[in-house]
Write a protein of this length. Structure first.
Length: 244
């Protein structure tokens, strides 16, 4: 009996020890599970950050490629612009002015050389200049394929008695006369330019280039401009390219 009691006590002690070990193992298991959940949460956050980082890198790469594409496009436009300006430099030899105004390239023709005061009929000297201008445009394939507009301008002096009601009418008719001469066939002693590439408009005294309070300023404002109309891809700030 005593042997059995001792055996029973041993079994109880063993059971108690196993129970203690089981509790310790359960605690360790719970801690491991908690650590696993924490690690899982951290890994999940890390995956989100990596995904965001990857997306951000991809967006920046796309933005860089777009910037490079636009930069290349700008360089090409700049090259074409400089080439166009170089082609028009021959006009400066005729005493004409080539500038950029209102984001357009403009060939400025002095009004007093083209017309008598208050008149819309071209003077002989004006016709001679227009023939030379037309020759420069016509003989250059790149220029002859561009679209142009003839813009008539006057000073601010009130229009006197004549065929037109006001400076608007005078500027429109002067532009029309220049246009008509430029597109008239060479066989008829005109400019021989393509009429489909040309148009005309009149601004009166609304777009001065000088002060109308002085005789010199009014003389500068009496002018006709041959405006090189920009193509769609060229509709940007030309002054940012030229530095003018």
């Amino acid at each position: 009996m005593r042997a059995k009691l001792r055996e029973l006590d041993g079994l109880r002690q063993q059971l108690s020890a196993e129970s203690a070990n089981n509790k310790r193992f359960q605690r360790d298991l719970d801690e491991a599970r908690a650590q696993a959940e924490q690690l899982k949460s951290q890994l999940s956050d890390a995956n989100v950050d990596v995904a965001n980082l990857k997306s951000d890198v991809e967006e920046k790469a796309k933005a860089l490629e777009e910037f490079k594409r636009r930069a290349a496009q700008l360089e090409e436009i700049k090259r074409r612009f400089e080439l166009l300006r170089a082609k028009l430099q021959d006009l400066t030899k005729l005493g004409l002015k080539v500038t950029v105004r209102h984001n357009k390239m403009v060939i400025e023709l002095p009004g007093d050389v083209l017309f008598d005061s208050g008149r819309e009929t071209l003077k002989r000297q004006g016709e001679e200049i227009l023939v030379k201008v037309a020759e420069i445009v016509r003989r250059d394939a790149a220029l002859s394929e561009r679209d142009f507009q003839v813009a008539g301008h006057t000073d601010s002096e009130a229009y006197g008695p004549g065929s037109f009601k006001d400076n608007w009418g005078l500027s429109v008719m002067r532009a029309r006369e220049v246009l008509a001469f430029l597109i008239k066939p060479e066989a008829k002693k005109g400019g021989g330019l393509n009429p489909q590439r040309w148009s005309a408009s009149g601004y009166g005294d609304t777009d001065p280039v000088a002060n109308n309070e002085t005789p010199e300023g009014r003389q500068s404002n009496r002018r006709c401009e041959l405006v090189v109309l920009p193509k769609i891809e060229e509709m940007l700030d030309l002054k940012s390219i030229t530095g003018d």
